[in-house]
Design a protein around this ligand. Structure first.
Ligand code: PMP
Length: 417
């Protein structure tokens, strides 16, 4: 037990943690890519398909009403989870990427023009970078970058020159998926608003791992993915302030998003329906609601505490590994449970392969952050990431695996000399 948090009890809720890989117990350290799912979420999917599968917002019969109630209940749960002022501010999409692209199309095309500026950071995931590159190209706007220092923190002094009265949007991640850095988004929002800019927060790596309060943060848009927060794949969330949703044009046209359709033109339903054209991902939205229930039961403060202590434990151990270069800040208080590193003489893919032979799942590659890789002069890193179900023993297994990779590939390097 760490910090009064019963991780062994939590593990019992995740059937996949009993799986064996190469005859050894799975050590899953890739939750930043996607998290594992508790039985309650799996049950919720099966329950929907076996007991009340029907389309929502349409049928005037019991099953459809049940499905609609469960779907809208999930929206209310998600709203409460991030302290949104109302469920109508929650738009269900496929993932973080789609949430950000929704803002690009439904807000960006009407609000970003020639010579306007969009400010993002060098540590953004491609899904919070490429959409803004495309919008800037489409609108003749300028894309500006807040740089990252050697320690893996945003160089906030740069904001003074980077934000101008032409800045229309600042789009920044709350927690970096490579460096683990927790960015001071509340301060960035404040400074952006002073210049009349809106601020979008990519919360893909924060909402699953720590309490997030959109009203306190005062961000205009917030995007995250269900699959990284113990929910199923195929469902993500865009939060936006109500007055913005009211002013924004629809992202996609079709069924369910209209008020009235005539031959020459149409009018739109209010948000959130305006942005949810077609049959939504009913089952996965409902199961995301179950994931939110589960996380609330664990308690987000306790989830954060547990990951903090695990990250401290991992950083202490990684510091002792010779030839290991760690990226991101060393103080666990200012970072999430993501650790990226490279080893002298061992390619990150080889580290991942050796670890896999020990049933340890980590990620190796550029993590959809090529500009950040270039900033640190590496092609790829190895990345381990933690969640509520991980243990110190699993961190020990990671460190043993790293030593094994050094032994295997260290010898290989020597032999080839
Ligand atoms: N932003 C960040 C910070 C992420 O870590 C990820 C997922 N790796 C994304 C955006 C994209 O999430 P998705 O693939 O679910 O759209």
């Amino acid at each position: 037990m760490q910090n009064g948090f019963d991780v062994q009890a939590v593990r019992q809720d995740f059937p996949i943690l009993d799986v064996q890989v190469h005859g050894k117990p799975l050590v899953y350290l890739d939750s930043a890519a996607t998290s594992q799912k508790p039985q309650a979420v799996i049950d919720s999917l099966v329950d929907y398909y076996t007991r009340y599968n029907a389309n929502v917002h349409r049928g005037i019969y019991t099953l459809s009403e049940q499905a609609t109630a469960a779907y809208e209940d999930a929206r209310a749960k998600v709203a409460r989870f991030i302290n949104a002022p109302s469920p109508e501010c929650i738009i269900f999409v496929r993932n973080t990427t789609e949430a950000i692209n929704l803002v690009r199309f439904a807000w960006g095309f009407d609000n970003v023009g020639a010579n306007d500026e969009i400010l993002i950071s060098e540590m953004e995931h491609h899904s919070n970078l490429v959409p803004w590159q495309l919008l800037a190209q489409d609108r003749g706007a300028e894309l500006r970058y807040l740089r990252v220092n050697n320690e893996g923190r945003l160089m906030l002094d740069g904001l003074d020159v980077l934000i101008t009265e032409r800045t229309r949007l600042i789009a920044v991640s709350h927690v970096s998926n490579v460096l683990g850095t927790i960015n001071p988004v509340k301060g960035i929002v404040k400074r952006g608003h002073k210049f009349g800019s809106l601020v979008l927060v990519d919360a893909a790596q924060s909402v699953p791992h720590m309490p997030v309060d959109v009203q306190e943060m005062d961000c205009d848009f917030l995007a995250f993915s269900g699959h990284k927060m113990m929910g199923p794949t195929g469902v993500g969330v865009l939060y936006a302030k109500p007055h913005l949703l009211e002013a924004m044009r629809p992202f996609m046209g079709g069924g369910s998003m209209i008020r009235k359709v005539m031959l020459s033109e149409s009018t739109w339903a209010d948000a959130p329906q305006k942005f949810e054209a077609g049959t939504p991902n009913i089952a996965d939205v409902i199961a995301l609601g179950a994931a939110v229930d589960y996380l609330n039961e664990l308690g987000m403060d306790d989830v954060r505490e547990h990951e903090l202590s695990l990250t401290q434990y991992a950083l202490d151990a990684l510091r002792e590994v010779t030839g290991l270069r760690m990226f991101g800040p060393w103080e666990p208080q200012t970072r999430g449970g993501v650790v990226s590193f490279v080893l002298d003489g061992v390619h990150p893919h080889d580290i991942a392969q050796i670890l896999d032979s020990e049933a340890i799942a980590i990620r190796a590659g550029h993590h959809c952050c090529q500009p950040l890789m270039r900033r640190y002069n590496v092609a790829a890193t190895a990345r381990a990431s933690f969640y509520a179900y991980n243990t110190e023993e699993e961190v020990d297994a990671l460190i043993d695996g790293i030593h094994k990779a050094q032994r295997v590939f260290g010898h290989a390097v020597e032999r080839s000399l």
